[in-house]
Design a binder for this molecule. Structure first.
Ligand SMILES: *Cc1c(COP(=O)(O)O)cnc(C)c1O
Length: 437
């Protein structure tokens, strides 16, 4: 029997009256898969509960932050404790120092860090610093990479922009669009050619440390040189900076994010963080070389500020999350991720569904096509209809997947073997549904 969704249906109808498309972030509207999004009323560990009393195993994890599982007791306790001492001061507080120290300790290239309230703010601010440092205007980004909804970075973006097949966004001025150059991901010749022609105009190259908003792409190596290192060396040779966006990969791909995997012999100039760093509360951060970060006001000429930046509840949640992210936690994440990849591959193979699974550390995604995905163009060539059938069958089987074929799947340390068994039970039926085109 299909469970009833009457309460979520009623909430969605009310929401659409007062909120555009009924949601506060586009992918949540289920526009590409269709149907009513469940309205969630609670979560614990790897499980979600919706307004109709239906329970799901969660593979979204709030798009990354819930790396220790939902309502993880030490994180909840830290937030409760902080709340008792005041919700916001708009003045320095100790948690900000500890959180910055934790990031500086984990990630070599980050000498100084500033906290903001979202990943979008982090990339927007890093770009401003890069432009100030170089005195140049142009930013280079890669098709399918998502860096938040910053005007200059929305062209051919991943995540929701990809889900809804948008070329970019309306409302971005022509002048802003002119200062953004989009190249195919992994295309070294295109990078070299652009820098040869326009190197003197380019402030920064920005890239996801591993693309994970068009599905996951492992940065390609050539002659032992990884793509990120190639970008750092190319940018520096042209007097430009490299901004490595680790909002999604940061502290998830490894203890030191994706940089912990491929960061030998090179360094980005600036890095951006979000998601895990706030443990589920609104935190972003950008950091990097101290000379660049020194350009920020009040010491320097680059203005950047935030009423709620460094909020005490947010830093408490972030610190408690970091406290739980020890080597054992990364080992657990790694084995949960590997086990899940294997069971998905087995179910899809048995049902004869073309697919490819790609990883970046413990992060992975499933593409519904048989060829490896190296670029946004490849990612768009998936069988999204097969994904949609698979998605709905998984939901009926009690598994909450990202409602888009362009997103990573997120495990947490709460994805125990028992939880994975529940996913395994739903997979064969969903794989058969995907196969029935
Ligand atoms: C999620 C994400 C962002 C934007 O972060 P928000 O907190 O949603 O503004 C930026 N870059 C990457 C790589 C992301 O995954």
């Amino acid at each position: 029997m299909t469970p009833s969704h009457t309460r979520s249906d009623a909430l969605f109808a009310r929401a659409r009256q007062v909120t555009p498309s009924g949601v506060n972030s586009p992918v949540r509207a289920f526009g590409s898969v269709g149907g009513t999004p469940p309205f969630l009323t609670g979560a614990s560990g790897a499980l979600l509960h919706d307004a109709d009393g239906i329970e799901y195993v969660d593979l979204v994890g709030s798009w990354g932050p819930m790396i220790l599982g939902h309502a993880h007791p030490p994180v909840v306790e830290a937030v409760r404790e902080a709340a008792g001492h005041g919700l916001s001061f708009g003045a320095p507080q100790p948690g900000e120092v500890s959180l910055a120290e934790e990031v500086v300790d984990r990630i070599g290239p980050v000498e100084q860090l500033r906290l903001v309230n979202s990943g979008t703010e982090a990339t927007m601010s890093a770009l401003r610093v890069a432009r100030a440092a170089t005195g140049r205007d142009v930013v280079v980004k890669f098709a399918g990479c998502y860096h938040g909804h910053v005007d200059a970075l929305l062209a051919e973006a991943g995540s929701g922009v990809a889900t809804f097949a948008m070329p970019g966004s309306a409302g971005v001025t022509a002048a802003t669009a002119r200062d953004t150059v989009v190249l195919p991901y992994g295309d070294r010749e295109a990078v070299t050619a652009l820098l040869a022609e326009r190197g003197g105009e380019i402030a920064a190259i920005i890239t996801e440390a591993a693309p994970a908003n068009m599905g996951v792409i492992t940065p390609p190596e050539e002659d032992g040189i990884g793509f990120n290192r190639f970008l750092a060396e190319s940018a520096h040779a042209a007097g430009a900076l490299l901004i490595s966006d680790e909002v999604l990969t940061g502290f998830r791909a490894s203890r030191a994010g994706h940089y912990g995997i491929d960061g030998a012999g090179w360094a980005p100039d600036l890095m951006t963080f979000g998601k895990v760093i706030g443990g589920g509360l609104p935190v972003g951060a950008f950091g990097g070389r101290a000379d660049l970060m020194g350009l920020l006001a009040p010491a320097g000429p680059v203005y950047q500020a935030g009423t709620l930046s460094g909020n005490p509840l947010a830093t408490a949640a972030g610190l408690a999350t970091f406290a739980g992210l020890d080597e054992a936690a990364y080992a657990t994440l790694g084995s949960a991720s590997t086990a899940l990849q294997q069971m998905v591959a087995e179910a899809l193979t048995t049902a004869g569904v073309p697919h490819v699974i790609q990883t970046a550390g413990t992060l992975f995604s499933v593409f519904f096509r048989s060829e490896p995905v190296r670029t946004y163009q490849d990612a768009k060539a998936q069988d999204t209809a097969a994904f949609t059938r698979f998605f709905h069958a998984m939901a009926e089987g009690g598994v909450y997947l990202p409602p888009s074929a362009f997103e990573a799947w997120f495990v947490s340390t709460a994805h125990t073997p028992e939880v994975l068994d529940r996913i395994a039970a739903a997979l064969p039926g969903a794989a058969r549904a995907a196969a029935q085109g």
